[in-house]
Ligand binder design. Structure first.
Ligand code: ADP
Ligand code: MG
Length: 524
């Protein structure tokens, strides 16, 4: 990626003024896995450079090499044009690199100030320098509009604020190059917007930002240039203004991907699900649902939007028969029992409710069991699988092989244990099991969490196809793009209440974001 202004005989200059960072031929293997293969990137000073790629593409490995956590097997790092060895993170920090991790590394019961100073000063120096540090921190927070109380205890702060502390900590160490690894995964839309404003501000002050994400929208919204990784390789580096989400997706996956959910308008039929004044109190006595009313008809997808933890999980659990509640739920006009005895999940299945739980590894699969056992899980009383006295294992295996083929599970091997499939393929196993029951109502939580975009396309198509066969679908997702793309109607859940209902065609992410933050319909 040589600058166009350089002459043809000019090799990329090491002292190139414009480059904050250059990686040349970085390779790294973990045993048989080639996590990074001959990766070269140039990042210009004062820009926001995105690194995008699917799960496992090698993004975090590359950044860990840059931050001195891993030693590359081959390759060179240049910082500000100078060849730099980075054997450990102290050297990375001394070279002006700051990193904000996917999982924060703050000390929860320390204050903001203590966390920021920690490690930056020698222990003996800590106390006398605190006053100076406080001033520096306050100045930084002011300069970059990152208000945060230096004396607040970190564990009392929201995730968004904790992330701000991580950024301040890097700036306190005079980072010139700031690396953020999937920073928005834990944020509300409003917090993500705020983060992006902060990052633009930092760039305008001359800092260089490397933003790692698997979200195309974020790349398009905030980066100046972007490098795409696929299976350990760098497939392209492009100017963001000169690319499109479609092109990036193709570079990520290696084939054309349909990004928009392709669906005809819904043609809803009879009411399948009626929820009235549904209340759920969890085992700690906390009210998680505070009187929910919902209607869902056949041939319709109702999306439940909300920041995680606002009652969505409890809604799925009580509907699926895994939690008890009060109020009323009717399926096709018939009341169901909400008292929640152990056999309820099975009763629900018998009533035509299928459930793809949010946490597929804990609730959707038994990880040590084979795929063929998992695909019959919950449905062992199916006549096709033999009788209660004699389970027909061969029939189950054969049934599993068919489902795996139809749902494109890779590898299509019924005798593999669930834990040996990737996240996306585990999800397809659960989907195959639940969708092929041909339920009247499908409850589906976070259908594409941790799933690659190629598989997301497939999963979305299956959900729409089920709708088009006249089934009712209740979709819970924290991904607004997914809610907007799939739903025929959207209800927003906040603090155990429905804040409002919208048609996707008559709302946008901004309005939904406000509802998700608890602003009333009028304010939104
Ligand atoms: P990304 O951040 O793009 O999701 P990673 O860099 O985390 O990808 O992983 C790239 C590949 O390297 C994956 O196949 C992953 O399983 C593997 N990998 C990452 N870290 C390790 C490690 N410490 N030991 C073994 N394999 C690893
Ligand atoms: Mg990663």
């Amino acid at each position: 990626m040589t600058s166009a202004s350089l002459g043809p005989s000019h090799t990329p200059a090491l002292g190139d003024e414009g480059l904050a960072l250059e990686l040349r031929g970085i390779s790294k293997a973990f045993g048989p896995v080639q996590a990074n293969k001959d990766i070269s990137i140039q990042v210009r000073r004062g820009t926001i450079h995105g690194i995008i790629g699917e799960n496992g593409a090698g993004k975090s490995t590359l950044m860990s090499i840059l931050y001195g956590f891993y030693k590359a097997d081959a390759g060179e790092i240049y910082i500000g044009g100078r060849r730099t060895e980075i054997p450990d993170s102290q050297t990375a920090i001394a070279s002006g690199i700051g990193m904000v991790f996917q999982h924060f590394k703050l000390v929860p019961n320390f204050t903001v100030l203590e966390n920021v100073v920690l490690g930056a000063e020698d222990g003996a120096m800590l106390r006398p320098s605190l006053a100076k540090a406080r001033k520096l921190l306050t100045d930084l927070a002011h300069e970059y509009e990152m208000d945060v109380d230096p004396d607040a205890v970190v564990e009392d702060l929201s995730v968004g604020l904790q992330q701000r502390v991580e950024i301040l900590k890097a700036l306190y160490r005079e980072a010139d190059i700031l690396i953020l690894d999937e920073p928005t995964g834990v944020l509300t839309p409003a917090e993500a917007d705020h983060l992006f404003r902060i990052l633009r501000g930092l760039r305008d002050q001359g800092k260089t930002i490397i933003l790692i994400t698997h979200k195309l929208r974020e790349i398009m919204e905030i980066t100046d240039s972007v490098s795409v990784m696929r299976r350990g390789e760098m497939t392209a580096t492009v100017q963001t203004a000169k690319t499109s989400p479609e092109q990036l997706a193709e570079l990520m996956v290696g084939r054309k991907v349909l990004l928009r959910v392709d669906k005809a308008p819904a043609t809803p039929g009879d009411t399948v699900l009626e929820v009235r004044n549904l209340q759920v109190v969890n085992s700690q006595g906390v009210e998680k649902l505070r009187g929910i009313d919902l209607d869902l008809r056949a041939g319709e997808i109702l999306g439940i939007a909300g920041v995680a933890g606002n009652g969505q999980s409890e809604l799925l659990q009580v509907l699926g028969g895994y939690a008890s509640g009060t109020g009323s739920i009717r399926i096709k006009g018939q009341e169901i029992d909400l008292t929640g005895t152990a056999s309820d999940a099975r009763t629900r299945r018998a009533r035509g409710i299928a459930h793809v739980p949010e946490d597929r590894q804990r609730e959707g699969l038994i990880m040590d069991f084979h795929a063929w056992e998992n695909i019959a899980f919950g449905y062992h009383d199916d006549a096709r699988y033999g009788s209660a006295f004699h389970m027909d294992n061969a029939a189950m295996r054969e049934d599993c092989a068919g489902k795996m083929e139809r749902f494109d599970v890779r590898p299509p091997d019924p005798s593999l244990e669930a834990k040996n499939f990737s996240g996306g393929n585990q999800q397809k196993i659960v989907l195959a099991r639940e969708i092929e029951r041909d339920p009247d109502l499908l409850l589906i939580g976070q259908p594409t969490r941790g799933v690659d975009i190629g598989a997301i396309e497939f999963i979305h198509q299956q959900i729409v196809a089920l709708r088009d066969r006249g089934k009712a679908i209740l979709l819970v997702s924290v991904e607004l793009d997914e809610i907007m793309g799939l739903s025929d109607r959207i209800a927003v859940l906040f603090d155990g209440r429905i804040m409002g209902e919208r048609l996707p065609s008559e709302t946008d992410q901004g309005e939904l974001g406000l509802l998700m933050a608890g602003m009333s319909g009028e304010a939104a």
